[in-house]
Ligand binder design. Structure first.
Ligand SMILES: Cc1cc2nc3c(=O)[nH]c(=O)nc-3n(C[C@H](O)[C@H](O)[C@H](O)COP(=O)(O)O)c2cc1C
Length: 240
C-alpha cells in the first residue's frame, strides 16, 4: 500500500473477526512506533502488548465492555512514564555522547557534548520534575522572567509537562496504528476505559498513566461504523 492507501485503510474498528493475528508482526509495529518523533527524545513511554485471552478479557471489562475490546485478538496499552525522566535523561545523554563521537567533527565534539550535558543533565530534570505543583510554579516564574528578554516556551507547569508526555505517546500510538494498517491489520484507539482497573491489571506503578488502549485484530464488516466523517477541509485548513 502507498502511504495514502494506508491512511485511508486505517479505520477505528469496533468488531473484529475471530481470526488470530501474528504477535511478531504486532511487535514489529510497536518497534516502528518507537521511531515516532517525541519531545526532547526523552521517550517517556512504555508499550504493553497483551495476547493472553484471559488478560484481554479483563482489559475489555476495564474498557467498559466495548466490543472493540471484547472482540480484540490482541491489545496494546500505551503508557506514559514521566516518573522515569532521570533514568531516560541519563541514558539519552550516554547515547547522544557516543553519537557525537561517531558523527561530529573532532573540533566540535567537546562543545556539543557540553551542551548535551547541560540539556539532559540540568534542563530536562528541571522541566520534568514534579512536586505537588510547586516545581511547575517555580518554572512558570522562571520562564516569565526570562520571557521579558527573549522568546521562550511558556508551557512548563506540571500539567503542561503532562500534556507534553501524552502528546508524544499519542504520536507513537498513531505510528503504531498506521504500521498495523500497512500489515493489513486493524485497530481501535480507546480512551473509554477505567484507568485504575487497567493499571491494576498491568501492575503499573502509581506514577504511570494510561495514554491509550488500542485493540487489534482483523476487521469484521460490522466493525466499520459507516463512512468516514470529517469536518469540511476548508473549515479546518488555514493557509497563511
Ligand atoms: C484518543 C482517542 C480516543 C478514542 N476513544 C475511543 C473509544 O473509547 N471507543 C471507540 O469506539 N472509539 C474511540 N476512538 C476512535 C474515534 O471515535 C475515531 O477515531 C473517530 O470517530 C474517527 O474515525 P476513524 O478512526 O475511523 O477515522 C478514539 C480515538 C482517539 C484518537
Amino acid at each position: 500500500m502507498t502511504f495514502e492507501e494506508i491512511v485511508n485503510y486505517r479505520r477505528s474498528i469496533r468488531y473484529y473477526k475471530d481470526i488470530p493475528i501474528d504477535s511478531e508482526k504486532v511487535k514489529r509495529c510497536v518497534e516502528l512506533a518507537t521511531l515516532a518523533p517525541n519531545s526532547s527524545n526523552m521517550q517517556l513511554w512504555e508499550f504493553y502488548h497483551i495476547a493472553a485471552p484471559e488478560v484481554i478479557q479483563q482489559l475489555s471489562v476495564a474498557c467498559l465492555n466495548q466490543q472493540a475490546a471484547s472482540t480484540a485478538q490482541q491489545m496494546l496499552v500505551f503508557v506514559t512514564r514521566q516518573d522515569l525522566f532521570r533514568q531516560r535523561a541519563k541514558k539519552i545523554l550516554e547515547l547522544e555522547t557516543q553519537n557525537i563521537i561517531r558523527n561530529s567533527p573532532k573540533e566540535k565534539q567537546e562543545s556539543r557534548i557540553k551542551q548535551r550535558k547541560l540539556y539532559y543533565g540540568r534542563a530536562m530534570p528541571f522541566l520534568y520534575s514534579r512536586f505537588f505543583g510547586i516545581m511547575g510554579i517555580i518554572r512558570v516564574i522562571f520562564v516569565n522572567l526570562v520571557g521579558l528578554f527573549r522568546p521562550i516556551v511558556y508551557q512548563v507547569s506540571e500539567s503542561d509537562m503532562r500534556v507534553v508526555v501524552h502528546k508524544t505517546c499519542a504520536l507513537a500510538a498513531q505510528t503504531f496504528m498506521l504500521a498495523m494498517a500497512s500489515e493489513g491489520y486493524d485497530t481501535c484507539p480507546m480512551e473509554g476505559f477505567d484507568s485504575r482497573k487497567v493499571k491494576r491489571i498491568l501492575k503499573l506503578p502509581y506514577e504511570a498513566e494510561v495514554n491509550m488502549v488500542i485493540s487489534c485484530g482483523i476487521r469484521d464488516k460490522q466493525g466499520v461504523w459507516g463512512d468516514r466523517i470529517r469536518i469540511p477541509f476548508d473549515e479546518v485548513y488555514k493557509r497563511i
